[in-house]
Design a protein around this ligand. Structure first.
Ligand SMILES: [Zn+2]
Length: 425
């Protein structure tokens, strides 16, 4: 966009009149925002309003105290919260055009990383990661005095891990939205904010060049997993309380780490990888729910994990093999917490399914699945059935069976979401 280039150039130059130039850059950005928006509208004709424009990100401070500033063309309707591992400040915004200069985002002081972008339709997010625990002393939006627009100020102070946990708890407790006081520019939190919706990420296994397993009757696993994933999405959306994301919704190849990354990007409360593999024991049939473990629970689990972990190689993707993440999984406290939630969900899923669909003997098993290695996202891998078994293959191809099985999974997810929301998890 030419207007962006104009801003970059103006701010990129430094000479003694730097302050004035900075003001000029801001003004240019303001003008750019005004110009850009109508053009953007031509691409998104159904958008009601032009997107909010965020420009001129800056931060200052040291290892104990930081101030972060973001400027906006108008008052942003925002909310914020904290995340750990790594320690992060998350700022949620409506649809936003970001015009930040890359050099302004370079790590400094306590800040190790800044990311921003669209989250989903109509929503955007900026995430500031810190090198250690912190507390937010003040986060507010103020109207600019001498230029048009508003600025968001975040004052961050170094804290102990315990203080960070306390800040997390404090924020989890608040039921706030950000509104303006009658006085004008100072923002206070009141009322009730739309809660974070329980996010389920559905990961239909394989895809594209990686067809997955092949059934005795020629069924390709990648098509079954996609059909099932789409059905599950439909049912979850119909439940009306979930934010549902799919790692893929067409016949495309995705690396295993990309699947994990998509889940983490959306801060999934639950990640479900869908599969229907083959095993050499043709008589074995029924669904299995897998969670991660350093050591496989049994031979079948070990074999299945080995097959699944080959998906990238099948597609000819070069791997930097890192088994350490799997090996480390049981030593990290937070991972253990995540792990316990994964197991909890796996158990309740098995229980829910047991009355309606055929399950393998010992239906909850575990092994070192690479797609389940997110340290902060409860994850399970479901083998819906085994394509090496003719009966299973027939069921997996049957939309009625998929609908019934999907219904049961939605019930299990609903129960799990209820329990997480009640424990504030
Ligand atoms: Zn598979």
């Amino acid at each position: 966009m030419p207007s962006e280039a104009a801003v970059m150039t103006a701010s990129g130059i430094t000479w003694p009149g730097g302050v004035r130039l900075r003001a000029l850059a801001m003004l240019l950005a303001w003008i750019a925002a005004a110009i850009v928006a109508p053009a953007g509208k031509a691409f998104a004709a159904d958008a009601d309003e032009k997107a909010l424009i965020a420009y001129d990100y800056s931060m200052a401070g040291d290892d104990s105290r930081m101030r972060i500033l973001m400027r906006f063309d108008r008052k942003p309707d925002f909310s914020w919260f904290l995340l750990r591992n790594p320690y992060r400040l998350v700022i949620d915004l409506p649809e936003t055009g970001f015009r930040f200069l890359p050099e302004a985002l370079a790590p400094r002081g306590m800040v190790s990383n800044v990311r921003y972008g669209a989250l989903q339709e109509g929503r955007a997010r900026a995430i500031v990661a810190f090198s250690g625990p912190f507390d937010a002393e003040r986060i507010e939006v103020i109207e600019n005095e001498n230029t048009p627009g508003f600025r968001l100020i975040a004052d961050i102070v170094k804290a102990t891990p315990l203080q960070f946990e306390q800040a997390l708890a404090r924020i989890a407790d608040r039921t706030d939205s950000i509104t303006t006081t009658p006085k004008g520019d100072r923002l206070v939190r009141t009322g009730s904010m739309p809660k974070h919706r329980f996010t389920v990420v559905i990961d239909p296994g394989h895809g594209g060049i990686d067809g997955g397993a092949m059934g005795v009757d020629g069924t390709e696993e990648k098509l079954i997993t996609l059909a099932f994933g789409l059905e599950l999405r439909k049912k979850l959306e119909a439940a009306g309380r979930f934010n549902v994301v799919m790692t893929r919704d067409s016949d495309e190849f995705l690396r295993l780490d990309e699947r994990v990354r998509i889940g983490r990007q959306h801060e999934a409360d639950l990640f479900i990888s869908i599969h229907a593999d083959t095993i050499r024991y043709q008589q074995v049939r029924g669904a299995t729910v897998y969670t991660i473990s350093e050591k496989a629970s049994d031979d079948i689990a070990a074999t299945i994990a080995r097959q699944e972990n080959l998906a990238d190689e099948v597609a000819g993707v070069e791997l930097e093999e890192d088994n350490k993440e799997v090996a480390d999984i049981l030593v990290d406290l937070v991972r253990r917490e995540t792990q316990s939630y994964s197991i909890r969900f796996a158990r309740s899923l098995v229980k829910q399914l047991s009355s309606e669909i055929e399950l393998i003997k010992n239906p909850h098993r575990s092994a070192g699945f690479r797609v389940l290695t997110a340290p902060d996202m409860p994850s399970v891998l479901m083998e819906l059935g085994y394509l090496s078994n003719a009966k299973d293959e027939k069921l997996l191809r049957d939309p009625k069976w998929r609908s019934m099985a999907g219904e049961n999974i939605v019930n299990a997810i609903t129960k799990y979401a209820d329990s997480r929301e009640h424990t504030g998890g």
